[in-house]
Design a protein around this ligand. Structure first.
Ligand code: GDP
Length: 460
């Protein structure tokens, strides 16, 4: 299936000091050798794995296109597991394209998006969760998100899932030995022991599922809505809150400020402000909250910051606006604290807001902002996850597979409780095995694998 040789530009397009073209497949060496002339005169095909040759890229008419380096990585010791040659040239759009086109004319085919990674997966160099971690590394929005992805590329999830699957498999072996050789004198597990093992397996799955709460946020960003009546200080809070914490990527000179710009780095957690144009400036928020679209926004949000100005907040009647908002994702911000005239008013406000998570702050005097960040971080427990030690489920696909696995284990537990025969339990366990196997890609259907890789970027 993989007998053709593919090539693509592996670096971003635009002027930069170097660009890389990657070639992978049976003919990678032969094709690269045709377009590359080494200064030393040594053919690329004679070079060992992991060696670098200096020379030029030369087209069919003997025109030199650029001075380049060629890296050889022969099968199976390469990213894809196939013969791979990477050509490093200068990073201009035209030079990269000219060399790529030359390589394509020489016999390679343009790679599909994600095709290098797909080949690595098909050749057993990585499992699907590791391949997905590559994309998470590329798209990481903060360092914390990067650490989590880097652990996953090392196979942390893979290892955890393999361990759980081994435990399930062992239990199946016991149960099926019982079915196949009922008379044999084998070491039988009591119902109680089977149940306890199932309980432990379910617990292991549950712990992983629970990491998704923080994991998803690390990967996708905390979707945050900032609302309140006009003039309470929403824009000022935004400025104070987010001023020094722009997403890391945008701080690097020369990187493009596109989508990434919407992400802010709050102590390692990426935060994304959902477009609340319709919400942010309306005189009648209560009426607005009735509007379906607005409700929808609030439902999708992970965090709702509702702003009041301390000077305008008088009685419980003012809190009517909060009624429709789920408390578990709400933080009430009492802004303009610097204008507070007497302590009693503060005490009164805190009293009527008891039961809510409240942060007092002043956007213009710049206090309370740190506390707000701490409150957010604590609520989502991103650091409590000890990301460097535990695998973190960051991907919805993985979480769904775990949920299916958990469901099947629960089915097995019920069967034990109902004193069903072993083969009933075994069926559920096999289902759990299949569901968890989707994470590594082992038990996933081919078209779904295709679809996952097609979301990767070109050249990856
Ligand atoms: P928005 O309409 O909710 O976005 O409110 P703005 O951020 O535009 O602020 C409205 C006015 O309140 C501006 O004049 C701000 O300078 C002022 N303001 C905002 N936050 C504070 C604060 O903490 N203390 C004081 N004294 N004034 C503030």
């Amino acid at each position: 299936m993989n007998d053709d040789t593919i090539a693509a530009i592996a670096t971003a397009i635009g002027a930069s000091s170097i660009g890389i073209i990657r070639i992978s497949g049976n003919d990678a060496g032969k094709i690269a050798n045709k377009v590359f002339r080494a200064k030393s005169g040594v053919s690329l095909l004679e070079r060992p794995s992991y060696s670098i040759s200096y020379g030029s890229a030369i087209d069919e008419n003997n025109n030199m296109l650029d001075e380049v380096l060629a890296l050889t990585m022969w099968a199976p010791h390469s990213f894809t597991g196939e013969d791979v040659v990477e050509i490093q040239c200068h990073g201009g759009t035209i030079v990269l394209r000219s060399i790529l086109e030359l390589i394509l004319r020489t016999g390679a085919r343009l790679a599909d998006p994600g095709e290098f990674s797909k080949r690595a997966f098909l050749n057993g160099k990585l499992d699907l969760s590791q391949a997905e971690a590559i994309m998470d590394i590329i798209n990481a929005k903060t360092e914390t998100a990067l650490y989590a992805a880097a652990n996953n590329i090392q196979g942390d999830i893979k290892k955890e899932i393999t361990d759980i699957r081994m435990n399930i498999l062992r239990l199946i072996a016991y149960l099926e030995a019982d079915i196949d050789f009922p008379e044999e004198d084998i070491n039988r597990l009591t119902d109680q022991e089977v149940y306890e093992q199932l309980q432990q397996i379910e617990e292991d799955i549950k712990i992983l599922i629970e990491t998704f709460k923080s994991g998803r946020i690390l990967r996708e960003g905390l979707k945050t809505v900032l609302i309140g009546r006009p003039n309470v200080g929403k824009s000022s809070i935004m400025n104070a809150f987010l001023k020094e914490k722009r997403a890391i990527v945008t701080d690097i000179p020369g990187t493009t400020r596109d989508v990434i710009e919407e992400y802010y780095n709050i102590k390692g957690m990426p935060l994304i402000l959902v477009d609340t144009a319709g919400l942010r400036d309306t005189d009648d928020i209560i009426e607005k909250l009735g509007v379906e679209r607005t409700k929808d926004e609030l439902e999708k949000a992970d965090l709702i910051l509702y702003v009041f100005a301390i000077t305008e907040l008088q009685s419980e009647a003012d809190l009517l606006q909060l009624e429709d908002i789920p408390k578990d994702k709400l933080i009430v911000l009492i802004n303009k604290h610097d204008l507070l005239k007497d302590r009693e008013h503060e005490e009164k406000i805190l009293r009527i807001l008891s039961g809510y998570k409240v942060v007092l702050l002043s956007a213009t005097e710049n206090y309370g902002i740190e506390e707000l960040k701490e409150t957010i971080i604590k609520q989502y427990d991103v650091h409590g996850m000890e990301i460097n030690k535990k695998p973190l489920i960051t991907n919805t696909r993985h979480k769904d597979a775990l949920l299916k696995g958990q469901q099947a284990i629960r089915g097995a537990k019920n069967s034990v409780n109902d004193k069903m025969p072993s083969d009933f339990i075994s069926i559920d366990l096999r289902q759990a095995l299949l569901s968890l196997g989707e994470i590594s890609g082992e038990t996933l259907e081919e078209d779904i694998v295709e679809q996952i890789f097609s979301q990767f970027c070109l050249g990856k």
